[in-house]
Design a protein around this ligand. Structure first.
Ligand code: PLP
Length: 232
């Protein structure tokens, strides 16, 4: 309680330090505050401290916050598995979806994106280490899915998201993030205009920044340990 403001400041400081030691421009990595399982009051506290982008992984949990009386201008990112019966609501309420791993889902999101909203920003989820997450596509599947998503009229493919298997060893963390960076570079050399690497969480954000993350997704370090276990 009252800790969100201080936690956010220390995460920002960690992020700036990680940019500095990676020789990257200050402010080049953006912070997505992962507010899943948290009440609207926690989002309000972070917003009061200037945080505008929030990540959620379950639609119902997200809607209680999106529909709460919170400051205008917050940007909502969907970062969890997308079920096909949820695509209409996700397309209507979110600015970004990080977790595209099936063309069928991307097509539905594109079809259902309301005309008054800009295209839905998205990332394809890359399964860089099978134990990290069951979601995401393999290296073999990636080029075709990325090309097909990039061609959808109401989606704007920005890059890749990954959740590597947890590892304590920083070298091991970096190796996984380097593989994601290489996958993005391969797609770019194949002609796709991409600029986003969504990678890095509370326990591995420094390694992710060192390997080129452009957006880190941080929950625990901002809001504290989650009371109930939320699925990745
Ligand atoms: C929960 C979650 C995070 C945040 O993880 P922390 O370890 O709490 O920082 C990031 N990305 C995704 C996809 C998540 O589900």
């Amino acid at each position: 309680m009252g800790g969100v403001t201080a936690n956010l400041a220390s995460v920002e400081a960690r992020l700036r330090a990680a940019e500095r030691s990676a020789g990257r421009l200050s402010g080049s990595v953006s912070l997505l505050a992962v507010s899943k399982t948290r009440p609207p009051e926690d989002v309000a506290a972070a917003a009061a401290a200037g945080q505008m982008a929030f990540g959620e992984n379950q639609l119902q949990d997200a809607l209680t916050k999106i529909e709460a009386p919170l400051p205008a201008g917050l940007e909502w990112h969907f970062i969890g598995p997308v079920q096909s019966n949820k695509t209409r609501a996700i397309a209507s309420h979110f600015a970004w979806v990080h977790s595209i791993d099936r063309l069928k889902i991307a097509e539905r999101l594109s079809d259902q994106r309301p005309p008054h909203l800009p295209p839905l920003q998205c990332c394809v989820q890359f399964n860089v280490s099978a134990e990290g997450s069951k979601s995401g596509v393999t290296t073999d599947q990636l080029p075709d899915l990325a090309a097909a998503v990039a061609a959808l009229p109401r989606m704007r493919l920005r890059g890749l998201m990954a959740i590597p298997a947890p590892a304590d060893d920083p070298d091991e963390q970096r190796a996984a993030f380097a593989a994601v960076r290489h996958a993005l570079e391969t797609l770019k050399s194949g002609g796709l205009a991409l600029d986003t690497l969504s990678m890095g969480m509370t326990d591995d954000m420094e390694a992710a920044v060192a390997e080129g993350a452009t957006m880190v997704r941080i929950g625990t370090a901002i809001f504290g340990r989650r009371a109930r276990k939320a699925p990745l």
